[in-house]
Design a protein around this ligand. Structure first.
Ligand code: HPA
Length: 273
């Protein structure tokens, strides 16, 4: 068996010793957005550290557990805390939790993150629907022998972020009266924030947002045929736009400040998915 597949399967087998919960929706909560979990009627909780060989977050402010339960009556698994490539795990470990949630049954996936605004029309506190991404400068999680159980060798990436879910998200935002930006998310490896020159590069390439997490997860999930919705929460203007250095504490605090709008939107999306 492919060792990467085997590792996901082993994690799956462990989870199945604890719960037979089959989620319809998987939700990944980004930095500072973990409070959303209070909207779930939790049926079962599994800390990542209980799963042998599972990547565990090393970052302050990143919890690490799966929560299984209902959000707005919809069977959901929440990843409260994720691991990032910059933590030193192989990219296949970084996407392992995403693959696992899909293997557990979730066919729809909501990826959320904190991001820096590259588009100068956008501002901290805005939420952005991810319409597409640029992942070219981080390694692909699909490199290596193809895992046929997950998907095809050369997966199409023309519609990573489902048109249907884009509409669901747009309508959900309209219903609750919030402005939802739209744009392209570009992933950098981190952990350093980008330089102003890199932010200019991102803008030149067509990016509206920069972050350190979501595109590789979306690639792995798209490979498996999941329907994906991505939401960025702008915590700061990307480097070099304002005359102000970036720091992680302020980024996390900024995410907390918009959490009520974020939570309203995500709840409404889950209800309408
Ligand atoms: N760059 C990369 N990742 C981020 C940023 C940023 O400016 N803000 C929050 N996450």
């Amino acid at each position: 068996m492919n060792p990467i597949f085997e590792k996901v399967k082993k994690s799956y087998d462990y989870i199945r010793t604890v719960t037979d919960f089959t989620p319809d929706v998987a939700l990944v909560l980004g930095s500072g957005l973990g409070e959303f979990a209070k909207h779930m009627e939790v049926e079962c909780e599994i800390p990542y550290c209980d799963i042998e060989g599972f990547p565990v977050s090393t970052v302050a402010g990143h919890d690490g557990r799966f929560l299984f339960g209902k959000v707005e009556g919809v069977k959901t698994v929440i990843m409260k805390g994720r691991v990032h490539y910059y933590e030193g795990y192989p990219v296949t470990d970084v996407v392992l939790p995403t693959r696992l949630m899909i293997m557990l049954g979730a066919k729809k996936l909501i990826l959320t993150n904190a991001a820096g605004a590259v588009n100068t029309d956008y501002k901290p506190g805005d939420l952005m629907l991810i319409t597409d991404h640029i992942s070219t400068i981080v390694p692909s999680p699909l490199i290596g022998e193809n895992i046929e159980e997950f998907g095809t060798r050369f997966p199409d990436m023309s519609n990573v972020y489902s048109q249907r879910l884009l509409d669901v998200a747009r309508n959900s935002a309209k219903e609750i009266g919030i402005t939802l930006r739209e744009g392209v998310y570009m992933q950098f490896s981190g952990p350093a924030y980008e330089t102003p020159a890199e932010v200019k590069l991102a803008r030149t390439l067509g990016a509206d947002a920069v972050g350190m997490s979501t595109a590789i997860e979306a690639i792995a999930a798209n490979h498996m045929g999941a329907e994906i919705c991505g939401i960025s929460c702008f915590t700061n203007m990307a480097a070099g736009i304002l005359d102000k250095p970036l720091n992680h504490k302020e980024v996390s605090e900024a995410a907390n400040k918009v959490s009520h709008i974020f939570e309203g939107l995500v709840k409404n999306i889950i209800k309408s998915m």
